[in-house]
Design a binder for this molecule. Structure first.
Ligand SMILES: [Zn+2]
Ligand SMILES: [Zn+2]
Length: 331
């Protein structure tokens, strides 16, 4: 978000003693002479539209920086002053700058009667009954036991009853593809067929060719008794989104071979012109059986699979749901 300045407007402050409304830059009450207190609040006079200041000197003063309160007598001095205009004290020695940047209220807002913040009714203190507590603890204990059972595995012995393998190879062809991306993401070898300008992202900072989107203007305190009208803006950046064509290797077919023996083989490939071998994948399934149950184990390890002679004995690590976690030949 960028805070954009629209100009400067006069502010007033109200004397705490005689309620006189004084111009912001005036540092003691025009009626009773009381000094402006350090924690005074500057208020915005304009309600409907902003009455922008034209006086260049006043604008320069507002831009110069917040006023400084004298560390010795509290008098408000211009930011450019080096010594207090009232007591002559050195302002560089712990002089206090007025706060800046906070939103300024209007005179009407400041004079509106304070609406009391409704107090939330006190919540009745809830006591957990001992019976409920016991039930909650029992449920937690039950969950823990269930989790332990699911994670616990048992070792058992079973015999290989059947095996199965499946091997496949992807076939890729060098062909023309169509895709789309932002103009600066299009691959070098691509041929752009057309672009359109669409929204890409919102920037907090101003940018070239961006659409500025601003909120309602409001007034902030400059610490000088003059207010600055500002507006928070973001910048919607539009950019070229393009369609393109290019040559690329694309999977056009996957050939698979499978069998129910211990002799897995890769499928034979019959590659055409502009075709090549792509990724390979292999899956092996070993079925086991013992007196009571049958189990199934899937692996991509051919070394393990080749040891799974039908009828051979294996040790299986099985969880409580019957899932085989690992296997190894029994000895
Ligand atoms: Zn006064
Ligand atoms: Zn002073």
């Amino acid at each position: 978000m960028t805070r954009k300045s629209l100009g400067f407007v006069p502010l007033i402050w109200q004397c705490a003693y005689c309620s006189t409304q004084n111009p912001g830059p005036i540092k003691s009450c025009t009626k009773c002479g009381a000094p402006q207190p350090e924690d005074v609040e500057f208020l915005q006079i304009d309600e409907e539209r902003f009455n922008f200041i034209k006086d260049e000197a006043l604008i320069r003063m507002a831009k110069a920086g917040p006023d400084i309160h004298c560390p010795f007598c509290g008098t408000r001095n211009l930011s450019t002053a080096e010594v207090c205009k009232k007591c002559g004290g050195d302002l560089s020695w712990d002089g206090k700058e007025r706060p800046t940047g906070q939103r300024v209220r209007t005179v009407a807002e400041a004079q509106a009667p304070q609406t009391p913040v409704p107090q939330a009714p006190a919540k009745p203190s809830r006591k957990v009954s001992p019976i409920l507590l016991v039930i909650i603890l029992a449920v937690i204990a039950g969950c823990v036991i269930l989790l332990v059972m699911l994670l616990r595995t048992d070792d058992l012995t079973a015999t290989v009853s059947a095996v199965q393998w499946e091997r496949s190879i992807a076939i890729e062809a060098y062909t023309s593809i169509t895709d789309s991306d932002w103009w600066d993401e299009v691959p070098d070898s691509a041929q752009v067929t057309g672009c359109s300008t669409v929204y890409r992202f919102t920037s907090a900072e101003p940018r070239v060719n961006a659409t500025e989107v601003c909120g309602e203007p409001y007034v902030v305190d400059t610490g000088t008794g003059v207010g600055e009208v500002v507006q928070d803006c973001t910048y919607e950046v539009y950019d070229d989104y393009c369609e393109y064509t290019m040559m690329a290797w694309v999977v056009v077919e996957t050939v698979t071979d499978s069998g129910r023996d211990l002799a897995p083989a890769w499928p034979a490939l019959d590659l055409g012109p502009d075709q090549r071998e792509g990724a390979r994948s292999e899956t092996y399934v070993i079925n086991f059986r013992n007196e009571s149950e049958s189990y199934r184990y899937t692996t991509s390890s051919v070394q393990l699979f080749l040891q799974a002679e039908v009828g051979s004995r294996w040790t299986l690590e099985v969880n409580q749901l019957g899932g085989v976690q690992s296997i190894e030949p029994y000895n």
